[in-house]
Design a protein around this ligand. Structure first.
Ligand SMILES: NC(=O)c1ccc[n+]([C@@H]2O[C@H](COP(=O)([O-])OP(=O)(O)OC[C@H]3O[C@@H](n4cnc5c(N)ncnc54)[C@H](O)[C@@H]3O)[C@@H](O)[C@H]2O)c1
Length: 277
């Protein structure tokens, strides 16, 4: 195995799906792990599995929507391992439904976790990463929904587009300040996970939820995704777009903006050439 490029990785939403894949990959790379999730039992199960494989793991139950809990996560990471080299702001939830029928609670939850969680991660950890004076990298998990809008997913789209925006701003800021902190935004299509079956993934009615769950169940494995993410970090690449099938739709959308034509939603096959690197 190559010498690990980074020493300590913090991963939110680590107990399932994409976060779990990142944690397993980071452990395989020899990183020390700080794993955070709202689901304490699943988190402890993963931590025990990785410790058995020889990894050093700090598992801390954390709700990323709560800034104070994310600050405590940072402090615990520093206390245990002395530094943070990789930060994955990954925790997220799905909410489906038409713009006006999504409940106030659904809107607030999507905003608090998907966007608030990333803001809290950036606010808590960036001062530390900058003060360390050594290379570090932040990966924010957005989605293809951060680049393309679709009906009945407004709450999710809004938060993911905001995560892309925040990440791009942070990337420019790191460059302007000539720091050693790199930034990536992860915009995957379907990846096998529990996002549609967790208790948060409810809303638009069974049909859309079933369709999305079906796409996700046939999606890329979290292990394959993690491999691509670590390759992008090594390349210091901002855009991490593991699925390629969305590109014609993005092109059409950008064209409609440039030509000031009304956008038209056309379903696309996000899997497309998913396995083309
Ligand atoms: N699976 C996909 O197809 C897909 C595609 C694009 C983007 N994403 C994004 O990937 C990220 C991970 O989702 P996933 O698909 O692996 O789903 P998942 O439900 O399998 O895993 C998400 C994890 O985050 C945790 N979590 C939820 N709310 C939290 C909170 N407030 N604080 C801390 N932890 C919390 C959950 O307990 C769970 O363990 C999300 O941001 C999601 O929007 C997923």
């Amino acid at each position: 195995m190559n010498q690990p490029q980074h020493r300590v990785a913090v991963i939110t939403g680590a107990a399932s799906g994409i976060g779990r894949g990142l944690a397993e990959r980071a452990a395989a790379e020899g990183l020390q792990l700080v794993l955070a999730d709202r689901d304490g039992e699943a988190l402890e199960r993963l931590a025990a599995q990785l410790r058995e494989q020889g990894a050093q793991v700090l598992a801390q139950v954390t709700d990323v929507a709560d800034a104070a809990q994310v600050e405590r996560l940072r402090d615990a990471a520093v206390q245990r391992f002395g530094a943070v080299d990789l930060l994955f702001n990954n925790a997220g939830v799905m909410q489906t439904g038409s713009c006006w029928e999504l409940s106030d609670a659904q809107w607030q939850r999507a905003l608090a976790v998907n966007l608030g969680g990333v803001i809290n991660g950036v606010r808590a950890f960036l001062p530390l990463l900058l003060a360390q004076g050594r290379p570090a990298h932040v990966v924010n998990t957005a989605s293809l929904a951060g680049l393309l809008n679709s009906p009945f997913m407004a709450a999710y789209n809004v938060t993911k587009q905001a995560v892309v925006s925040l990440s791009e701003s942070l990337h420019y800021e790191m460059a302007a300040l000539q720091t050693q902190v790199g930034v990536s935004v992860l915009c995957p299509g379907p990846v096998i996970s529990e996002i549609m079956t967790s208790d948060q993934g409810r809303g638009a009615g069974d049909e859309l939820n079933r369709l999305l769950d079906g796409q996700i169940r046939q999606g890329m494995s979290a292990a394959e995704l993690a491999e691509r993410v670590f390759a992008a970090i090594a390349e210091k690449r901002f855009w991490i777009l593991p699925h390629k099938g969305f590109k014609p739709a993005l092109r059409a959308r950008l064209q409609s903006v440039l030509e000031e034509r009304n956008p038209q939603f056309a379903p696309f096959d996000p899997q497309g050439d998913a396995h083309v690197a």
